[in-house]
Design a binder for this molecule. Structure first.
Ligand code: KIV
Length: 263
């Protein structure tokens, strides 16, 4: 069994082997991911792939605490990050109150908040109060409505300069790692080399310090849409549908339960 990572180890891993982060929302999958993931993110993406909503914005603290507890129970030996839902870190006081709930009501090792330079004073306040914080810059899913869609970043020189400023501000505020999402690969590489903390990419190319994918995307279970950056390592939806269809056929034909499955 691998030793559970901590923030000191994660920070020191910069420039070494890429870090593997995957999302999980329940104990069952968290346990299955444990042997390969360095870190598990309980992402607010669960609001889409698990709760069936069209974006992450209606995710709540109660929902995140429930799922984080389940993941912590399933993956006791893995570093776990709980995503802070939209509207739960609007200012320092609100952010600390909600982040403390994560640390007091679950065994999560850290929280993650979306935003760059604009959120650095909140990150600093959380870190100075004992909360380990992972940043999230670039395409911010919680800004989908205010930005009018999911916008890939780093397409202009101004965006490149801002992304580097964002990463540096979040690092100076004390974040131990930064997720960078939906950013042109050459720009993400520059962002990663401009800070000393690991930068974990999603849709940000290979020249960063690790990768994160949403488990239901990479297992091909989520069928609503597939972003360009998602590689499906399994066709989960077909496998599940075929298995359920076989079960249904066998129930109808009374082939199941056969003698073998009967007391
Ligand atoms: O909520 C989530 O799953 C995330 C990833 C997209 C990084 O924030």
């Amino acid at each position: 069994m691998n030793k559970k990572m901590n923030i000191t180890f994660i920070k020191k891993s910069k420039g070494l082997e890429p870090l593997v982060m995957i999302t999980a929302y329940d104990a069952l999958f968290a346990k299955l991911l444990e042997s390969s993931a360095d870190m598990i993110l309980v992402g607010d993406s669960l609001n889409m792939s698990f709760a069936g909503k069209s974006d992450t914005l209606s995710s709540t603290m109660e929902q995140m605490l429930y799922h984080t507890n389940a993941v912590c129970t399933g993956a006791k030996n893995t570093f776990i990050i709980c995503d802070m839902p939209f509207g739960t870190y609007t200012d320092k006081k609100v952010a600390l109150k909600n982040a403390l709930r994560v640390f007091q009501e679950t065994n999560a090792d850290s929280i993650k908040i979306e935003g760059g330079e604009d959120k650095s004073s909140i990150v600093e306040h959380l870190v100075s109060n004992g909360i380990a914080v992972c940043g999230h810059i670039g395409l911010l899913p919680q800004s989908v409505r205010s930005e009018g869609g999911y916008k890939v970043k780093g397409k202009t020189k101004e965006e490149e300069i801002q992304l580097i400023k964002d990463a540096k501000a979040i690092e100076s505020a004390g974040a131990f790692a930064i997720v960078i999402e939906g950013v042109k690969a050459n720009v993400a590489a520059k962002v990663a080399s401009s800070v000393d903390v690991p930068v974990i990419g999603i849709g940000a190319g290979v020249d960063v310090d690790g990768q994160v994918l949403v488990f239901s995307d990479m297992l091909g279970l989520f069928e609503e849409f597939t972003p360009k950056f998602v590689k499906k390592y399994m066709n989960g939806a077909s496998l599940v549908k075929d298995s359920i269809s076989n079960y249904a056929k066998e129930v109808k034909s009374k082939e199941f339960p056969s003698e073998k499955y009967t007391y």
